[in-house]
Design a protein around this ligand. Structure first.
Ligand code: ZN
Length: 299
């Protein structure tokens, strides 16, 4: 591309999931809700710091500009641009992330599984994490309370009991609802699709994939009176989608599709239907790690 410095990064897409209440340090979130603690990318105060840091060092762009950059239709003379994305549409995206983004005056993209919008649905990963945590606590108690020898069948019985006695998921709403999505949209945020029911697309037939991608797009277009520009493939690992998935996403009308395998998007080597995303977790959220990632990206 004319004017492009060979090898430089043009677009860094940061991938967030959930934002935790202040003080979260990466372990259990302290609530009694069944949830996967590994889904928390940062606590809200750390997220605030990250935005401060990013604003000082780079420019955070809207989805439309990121698509132009990823498609190679515009290029930068130097430096990079950052796009912020959130997967899964948990309620904390609205309650905790959105106010911080608004206070900083920066945009982000929220990619939501449309079947879960406004519901208390406990997705399988939250339930599995909760089961494992419950079973682990029971196992620890067994060991701590000094039984001289744990008979394997007894241990198994205890673990089974722990798993089966898990409290049913609460009815508290877990995912952001359409009214909240509209408020975010009015404030300059983009709402995209994360399919309808969050399946591993590569495991589905072509027509099932089409259904997932099209239903979600249609629902968002209806609820927000604007079709979504982007979709994020669930899990986003290299084997979670195929060439067929990417073609379908394009045919259905999406202009970008996000995977979740790491890396930055270098000039002239970027694909709007598979731009690299850098996952943010409590460790990478450390200010210096972010700075390092930026330095690496801008080379
Ligand atoms: Zn997801």
């Amino acid at each position: 591309m004319a004017g492009a410095r060979a090898g430089g990064a043009s677009l860094i897409v940061l991938g967030y999931h959930r934002i935790a209440a202040p003080g979260f340090a990466g372990g259990d979130d302290g609530s009694s809700e069944p949830c996967d603690p590994g889904l928390f990318s940062a606590c809200v105060d750390r997220f605030d710091e990250q935005l401060r840091c990013l604003k000082r060092q780079t420019q955070i762009v809207r989805l439309e500009e990121a698509i132009e950059l990823a498609g190679g239709r515009i290029s930068l003379r130097r430096g990079s641009r950052v796009l912020l994305t959130f997967d899964d549409g948990y309620r904390d995206n609205f309650d905790l992330a959105f106010p911080v983004l608004r206070a900083h005056g920066v945009p982000a993209v929220f990619l939501i599984p449309t079947a879960y919008a406004g519901t208390a649905h406990a997705p399988w990963w939250d339930r599995v994490a909760h089961l494992l945590a419950t079973a682990r606590r029971r196992l620890l108690n067994l060991v701590k309370h000094g039984q001289p020898a744990i008979d394997p069948p007894v241990l198994l019985a205890h673990l089974t009991e722990a798993a089966e006695s898990t409290a049913p998921p609460s009815q508290r709403r877990r995912f952001l609802d359409w009214d909240e999505a509209r408020q975010m949209q009015r404030a300059g945020m983009s709402i995209g699709s994360h399919t309808h029911t969050h399946p591993l697309l590569s495991q589905l037939t072509e027509s099932q994939q089409r259904e997932e991608l099209a239903t979600s797009r249609h629902l968002i277009a209806t609820e927000l009176r604007q079709p979504p520009l982007a979709v994020a493939f669930p899990t986003g690992a290299r084997d979670s989608f195929t060439a067929v998935t990417r073609r379908l996403a394009r045919d259905i009308g999406y202009r970008a599709a996000f995977s979740f395998h790491g890396g930055v998007n270098r000039r002239g080597r970027t694909d709007a239907f598979d731009p690299r995303r850098v996952g943010v977790d409590p460790q990478s959220g450390e200010r210096c790690a972010l700075r390092l990632a930026m330095a690496r990206a801008t080379g």
